[in-house]
Design a protein around this ligand. Structure first.
Ligand code: DAH
Length: 339
């Protein structure tokens, strides 16, 4: 007989008693009851029997106390068994089932709501829709043609640097695929498949290997706008952006253009919006470069167009007074519930 300390003997008994009482309280029918009887009280291989056998391993002086503990546990388990038996014979469901009061009012289901960025995207689509711009989607995995080439970004352009793009490593070819770095890709995809006139917006994710900080994240969203028709000028561009901004931010929002450069627009501008006394840069825009129109088979002598690209996080941050765009991605419900 292996030596057993009184403490561990007692611990074993306590555990067995807790197990048995819990199992018996949950038993719902005679079959379950019988299974528990065999497991706990069975005369040959029941767990109580097994502990009884280890009684002999106690030091001689501990035996009287051990015996007392054993008898107490056995009495408690037997009582729990009898109580369960009486309950089942009386047709009761058990304390667990009886504890459910079906007349109590239920817990209200807390409805969630769309994410502030999703909400922003839908608002932009709705406002631009009223201005006649159809919302279209484009793929997030792109080829060199749509992300760069057709947008007049040649092979030697720094924007194509592997350090500034997520090229797919499986595609070590002359034409590696990449996660699109801008939604301007959709301009090309639409123009390749449709004839002017056209007015589209495309909202979606873009990817750049930037270090995350308050204003950068390796994945973010852009709104791309494109209008192609005969006789379009920068004045149309500014009016559309101003109507959009006033509608989105509320009140009379001023739009300012600053000269800039993008390979796919000529002339190109940075777009600032003034709201609440502060100017904030929202993105870029310009007249679609004739080289881009030619790349998709349009005749630049017949049609002109404007394009713009704005940051969704930026306009959402502006609108909601968020000063760190990382908050949009942390999924902290205390943040999200505010919208
Ligand atoms: N694609 C540009 C970027 O990601 C933004 C942009 C600028 C889009 C000018 C345009 C545009 O359509 O005309 O930085």
């Amino acid at each position: 007989m292996t030596a057993v300390s009184l403490d561990s003997f007692r611990g074993e008994l306590e555990r067995l008693r807790a197990d048995a009482e819990a199992a018996l309280a949950e038993a719902v029918d005679a079959a379950a009851l019988e299974a528990h009887r065999v497991e706990f009280l069975g005369a040959r291989s029941g767990r109580l029997k097994a502990i009884q056998k280890s009684l002999g391993g106690l030091a001689v002086g501990d035996k009287p106390a051990g015996g007392r503990h054993f008898n107490e546990a056995k009495a408690a388990i037997t009582a729990a068994f009898e109580a369960a038996q009486a309950r089942i014979e009386a047709g009761g469901l058990g304390p667990a089932a009886e504890a459910i009061d079906v007349t109590l009012p239920g817990e209200p289901i807390r409805l969630g709501h769309v994410h502030p960025l999703t909400h922003t995207i839908r608002r932009v689509q709705e406002i631009m829709g009223r201005l006649g711009f159809e919302s279209v989607d484009g793929p997030e995995v792109e080829d060199q043609w749509h992300n760069f080439e057709a947008l007049a970004i040649p092979a030697e352009h720094p924007a194509r640097d592997p350090l500034d793009n997520f090229y797919l490593s499986v595609a070590r070819t002359a034409d590696p695929l990449l996660l699109r770095s801008q939604t301007s890709t959709v301009q090309i995809r639409v123009m390749e498949n449709r004839e002017p006139p056209l007015r589209i917006v495309s909202l979606g994710r873009v990817y750049r290997p930037d270090t995350a900080d308050a204003t950068h994240y390796p994945m973010f969203h852009q709104v791309e706008g494109l209008l192609v028709e005969p006789g379009i000028t920068m004045a149309h561009l500014k009016s559309v952006l101003r109507l959009f901004a006033s509608s989105f931010l509320g009140g009379d929002v001023h739009v300012r253009f600053r000269p800039s450069f993008f390979p796919f627009t000529e002339p190109s501008v940075e777009v600032d919006m003034e709201w609440g006394g502060r100017w904030v840069e929202m993105g870029g825009a310009g007249m679609v470069d004739p080289a881009v129109l030619e790349a998709v088979g349009y005749d630049p002598d017949v049609v002109t167009g404007f394009a713009f690209g704005l940051g969704v996080e930026r306009i959402a941050a502006r609108r909601y007074g968020v000063d760190d765009i990382r908050d949009f991605y942390r999924n902290d419900v205390r943040f999200l519930r505010q919208f």
